[in-house]
Design a protein around this ligand. Sequence first.
Ligand SMILES: Nc1ncnc2[nH]cnc12
Ligand SMILES: [Zn+2]
Length: 330
Amino acid sequence: MPLPKAELHLHIEGTLEPELAFELAARNGVTLPYADTEELREAYRFEDLQSFLNLYYELMAVLRTERDFEDLADAYLARAAAQGVRHAEIFFDPQAHIVRGVAMGTVVEGLWRALDRSQETHGISTRLIMCFLRDESAESAMETLDAAGPYLDRITGVGLDSAEVGHPPVKFREVYEAAAALGLRRVAHAGEEGPPEYITEALDVLGVERIDHGLRCLEDPALVERLVRDRVPLTLCPLSNVRLRAVDVLEQHPLPAMLDAGLLCTVNSDDPAYFGGYAGDNFDAVRQALGLDEEQLRELARNSFVASFLEHDEERRARYLAEVEAYEFR
Ligand SMILES: Nc1ncnc2[nH]cnc12
Ligand SMILES: [Zn+2]
């Protein structure tokens, strides 16, 4: 049995495996510019975040109906369950669908069909986090928040993703203020490719409760001190960092140093179909490459539940945490 864990940094569109992409393309009469899954997999060599995003947005063309989003989420949840994920907080990118003529309702209702039965089907509790594309305008983000109005009972929080550099958090001050007024939780990608100042801004201007990635905090010792003191969770994605060249090789990932510094680190998969693995694969990879011991792995699993948005479900959180403490490594 794998170590129980929560996944807190997972883009549902990044779980689109090549096989499902071709299946949905056929179902929807969409032609992909790749002959087959093998040729598509060959495109998975990325230089940086942008080169990945180009393919990530291109493949979304196959997602058209509620059933497509349902099938996508269901496939993710099945894989996650097999790797010990007990709770998943799932990002989605509505603007990337709305621009293609796929309505907010199609996306949310479709995802919800899978999420709503996930506890029974896969033994996974879930939350939905709606992300704004930071390389789109603040006005577009605000329109997206408005469009989500009818679905807010299904959406726990908002996030900020896509191309980071040149799109500082402050650009979205008003949108985050409006989201907070609606009672939504707030997170943001920061310090993946962008500078440590973006992390500080996300905290101070957007009021985020977690930082997605946050890797570049290490360049600013005062910021590290603050993140430790305030117990700000970082949702790290080690295999993603290697594939997008934020770190050269996994053996050089700063995760052990970050744990030693007292940072509240979690390990997640980001876009597992593209980066070589799901949550459990990321745990296995860092265990191997970085020689993490059992107590460090247990700490990462514990942190994932501590950092989860489970505050309306403290009994569940306590149950998950007890499972982590009782877990026996083999
Ligand atoms: N790693 C990542 N960073 C920013 N935006 C993303 N969208 C999907 N994956 C992302
Ligand atoms: Zn991400």
